[in-house]
Design a binder for this molecule. Sequence first.
Ligand code: GLN
Length: 311
Amino acid sequence: MIEQLRTNLPLWVEASRVHAREGQVAAYIPELAKAPRDALGISIMGRDGTTLTAGDNSLLFTMQSISKVFTLMLALSDNGEEGVFEKVGMEPTGDDFNSMLKLELVEPGKPFNPLINAGAIAVTSLIHGASPAEKSERVLRYFQDIAGGAPLTYNESVFRSESATAHRNRSLAYFLKDNEVLGEEIDVEDVLSVYFQHCSIEINVEQLSRMALVLAFDGTDPITERELIPRRYVQIAKTFMMMCGMYNASGEFAIRAGIPAKSGVSGGILAVVPGQFGIAVVGPALGAKGNSTAGVHLLETLSTAMDWSIL
Ligand code: GLN
């Protein structure tokens, strides 16, 4: 299998790259608009650490919504399942990632799931730490461990750019506060700053594929054999990825690629082939639903050719 991948990967990357033309780089966070539109890079990591890369694999990008998968698992470790699901639901919305539409449905203010912005902000508020700086520091260390130990950093300009323009996320967060999903003791701006920080953690595809590999092996890094995340929390995270990891295109991606994945507005996608591979792609041009057009094409091509669908 690895030989088939090694031979074909550069060809599949070039065939998918043209699909970048169908998309646009995200501009609602001004700093993200500087990303190279036609770039496409991939890293696929196997259980023994064998890594195949192709395309623009040295591009650095911010994790954005991909970080929500990992902050969810950290919040689960800090609060347990009950503590987390008291504040956030378990259902896909089929709406845009920053939508407010369903926030008043079912239980007022309770976001439908942890991967939409409102849900992720609620989850971020549950991360333990004495101050926003301490929480961000814990998040960074947690991500770093899962990414194989090499230092990760925040992209300060992306953080500042998002923080200065995040009117919609601010309104979502204040709505959560109004409905007591963010409790009395919680300062909305503090929660938002931790949220913008984890969205702005900078990474490359190789490190991100190591994070995906840990998910592929149920929370244990197969290279070091260290158990990093409880299996149950990885199972919850992967279930959400399958149901709503690609925003309101999750159903389509599940049908076409059939593997758990999570995308971000910087054009990154983390994908998991359970028990086999951790994958990360980056292609900054996004389609109408906020997913990398070239990245989605590449993952669908790979999954079909390699018969990776989990169902
Ligand atoms: N930081 C981004 C936001 O909150 C993350 C969204 C995304 O990647 N879809 O808008």
